[in-house]
Design a protein around this ligand. Structure first.
Ligand code: ADP
Length: 280
């Protein structure tokens, strides 16, 4: 029987810490959230982030733009937000419509206001261990490991997925924390042979039931990042066959209620951090 890693409870604790620290600043931190189009999932994400801000004593402003907005118009909005001294954090909800280059938009955000930490300057700082804004999902996972007393030092961490948002930066934070890191992805041969070697297995593939019980060594720490939505029931489930893996693992995250809330809490910490350094 594994210990269930309660991301929801820990995230609440982190958010109340953010609220306390935000209350001590001369000016309330402020997030600018940019949402393009009407994608229902994106709307829910942005609304949740606004709610989190409210709980954490952070102001939030919404900038909704039509699906047909041009890249130039969006870049001009980003330039305005960069120049606005009352804005501490800028978040552009992804994905953007196909006619807009996401990279151009991300690269236009002032790195000091880049609370998602997707800008190449922040990625470079993270890789070299000098970041003050960390990517939300990987940093949330590191925090959860700390809370449960799991040190990555010398452990073999196997990561399934190499996206810019989750897998890739996750490996960098693990390496910075002295783990030995293996990346797996769609082109990996014999995934099971590698996942079985993991002391810490982190799965971010967006592939339902990818990790079965026989792919996990007993006593492993298993972190399931995925949020796959069943279109019929509307329920969320992960990439890990929880019923098969839970009896073997030492620690496991539930879906939902594991990594998701930690990602949201880390965003609040980043907004606080961005605001603090801009106010100092
Ligand atoms: P996220 O944003 O959650 O990280 P993405 O969809 O951007 O997810 O990326 C999925 C990642 O998972 C990719 O790096 C891909 O190579 C990897 N992946 C997807 N399916 C498999 C699979 N069956 N086996 C191994 N890796 C996979």
């Amino acid at each position: 029987m594994a210990v269930l890693m309660d991301g929801k409870k820990l995230a609440e604790k982190l958010c109340s810490e953010v609220a306390e620290a935000a209350g001590k600043l001369a000016r309330r931190p402020c997030l600018a959230a940019v949402l393009v189009g009407t994608d229902p999932a994106s709307q829910i994400y942005v609304r949740n982030k606004e709610r989190d801000c409210q709980k954490c004593g952070i102001d939030s402003r919404r900038y909704d733009r039509d699906e047909a907005v041009s890249e130039a118009e969006l870049l001009s909005l980003i330039a305005d937000l960069n120049a606005d001294d009352t804005v501490d954090g800028i978040l552009v909800q992804l994905p953007l419509p196909e006619h807009i280059c996401e990279r151009n938009v991300i690269n236009a955000i002032d790195p000091d206001k880049d609370v998602d930490a997707f800008h190449p300057i922040n990625v470079g700082k993270m890789v070299t261990g000098q970041a003050h804004l960390l990517p939300c999902t990987p940093a949330g996972i590191m925090e959860m490991l700390r809370e449960y007393g799991i040190s990555p030092d010398g452990k073999h961490c196997v990561i399934v997925g190499r996206s810019n948002i989750v897998g890739r930066p996750m490996g960098m934070l693990m390496l910075n924390a002295d783990a030995t890191v293996t990346y797996c992805h769609r082109r990996t041969r014999d995934l099971a042979a590698l996942t079985r070697m993991a002391d810490i297995l982190i799965v971010a593939a967006g592939c339902p039931r990818l990790i079965t019980g026989d792919m996990v060594r007993s006593g492993a720490v298993v972190i399931d990042v995925a949020m796959n939505r069943d279109s019929e029931t509307g329920r969320f489930f992960g990439d890990v066959c929880f019923d098969e893996v839970e009896p073997k693992a030492a620690f496991i995250t539930p879906v939902p209620g594991g990594v998701g809330p930690m990602t949201r809490a880390q965003l609040m910490r980043n907004i606080l951090e961005a605001s603090r350094s801009r106010q100092s």
